[in-house]
Design a protein around this ligand. Structure first.
Ligand code: ATP
Ligand code: LTN
Length: 323
């Protein structure tokens, strides 16, 4: 089993990223797991260079702070491993314009922005390259990435049929719990980096005061009945599901222990503060020693590079490029 996943350094890490992605990465890490900080993907946004540099360093530190072990898993920066961009070009020359313009995320983002760059269109091809370079068998992703994964599978199959067996066909793994943490102010949409909902988004390094304030102000309902029911009580159910993810107790069981929303919110805020405190402390220690952080990243880069280079060389040669 070979696992690869990626996360963009496009902003502060929130509770959705943590519970939906990072806790699973940590739980399932092994010598054959690869986790990439996909900085090339963040270039599809209009991101300030200083901001990108800062986000990348902080995200790498965060991956170690939440518990990825550099002695076990391979944590690396996408742009440090050249074959990602190289294979992406080869795959772009096998993908059709139509299949890329059909991608839901592309359509939504392009519509929101009015005009868009070519990189936004080819974003899922770069993601396919990330996955295929490592002969990945399993890709842990959120629900929103299913279509991109399907494209990676199609590109791999097409390549293998046309040029001979080169890539492993990957499977997605979508987590059962925490797969969708909702916005605290609008429980009908997912918590997100790019939707700018400052009070609805709980960032993992928010101060204890901010955590308490955001949880207390989280939108619920007025009927006073503490119950786990997504259709009737989405706001409260989101809080119960978050509580469940950090305590390993069932949401309905947690609900049964309360008669008042205020008590539930206050216990949840305390539990979140205690869960996030050691992560923040490890993060601060890592950020205070940039040399050590750089060493850990190059350890991962150096482990990723030979694997990626071998697959890239094979693909290039299959397509007729002379070595
Ligand atoms: P954006 O909302 O700007 O697209 P993002 O917050 O979704 O960004 P990504 O870097 O695209 O962040 O995703 C990192 C990982 O976090 C992915 O595996 C994604 O599925 C997961 N994830 C993101 N938001 C949530 C959420 N609200 N609930 C659960 N998982 C999430
Ligand atoms: N597109 C993904 C991030 C991503 C990724 C990957 C995920 C880039 N490359 C490879 C899994 C495998 C996202 O927005 N969550």
């Amino acid at each position: 089993m070979r696992v690869l996943s990626g996360i963009q350094p496009s902003g502060a890490i929130h509770l959705g990223n943590y519970l939906g992605a990072l806790t699973n990465w940590v739980r399932n890490q092994s010598e054959s797991s690869f986790y990439a900080v996909v900085d090339l993907h963040s270039l599809t946004l209009d991101i300030d260079p200083e901001e990108l540099r800062k986000n990348t360093r902080e995200l790498v530190a965060t991956l170690f702070a939440v518990g990825l072990d550099p002695a076990v898993a391979t944590v690396f920066v996408q742009s440090h491993v050249a074959p990602h961009a190289q294979l992406s070009w080869l795959l772009e020359c096998t993908a059709s314009y139509g299949e890329l313009t059909r991608m839901t995320q592309f359509k939504e983002k392009a519509e929101r922005q009015g005009s868009y760059r070519v990189g936004l269109l080819t974003y899922p091809v770069l993601m396919a390259a990330d996955i295929l370079l490592y002969q990945t068998t399993h890709v842990p992703v959120g629900d929103d990435q299913r279509q991109h994964l399907e494209l990676a599978r199609n590109l791999a199959e097409r390549f293998n049929n046309r040029f001979g067996q080169t890539f492993t066909i990957p499977e997605g793994i979508v987590p059962a719990v925490g797969a969708r943490v909702m916005d605290l102010q609008d429980p009908t949409r997912k918590m997100s980096k790019s939707l700018h909902s400052p009070t609805g988004t709980l960032n993992i390094y928010d101060s204890p005061e901010d955590i308490e304030r955001k949880i207390k102000r989280a939108v619920t309902d007025n009927d006073g009945d503490v119950a786990f029911d997504w259709t009737r009580k989405p706001g409260l159910s989101n809080l119960l599901e978050i509580f469940s993810s950090i305590t390993d107790r069932e949401p309905a069981q947690i609900a049964a222990g309360y008669t008042r929303y205020g008590d539930l919110k206050s216990d949840l805020a305390t539990a979140l503060i205690e869960t996030l405190r050691p992560i923040r402390e490890r993060f601060e220690t890592l950020m205070a020693d940039q040399a050590e952080l750089d060493r850990l990243v190059s350890l991962g880069d150096n482990r990723a590079r030979p694997v990626a280079e071998a697959t890239y060389s094979l693909a290039a040669s299959r397509m007729g490029l002379v070595s």
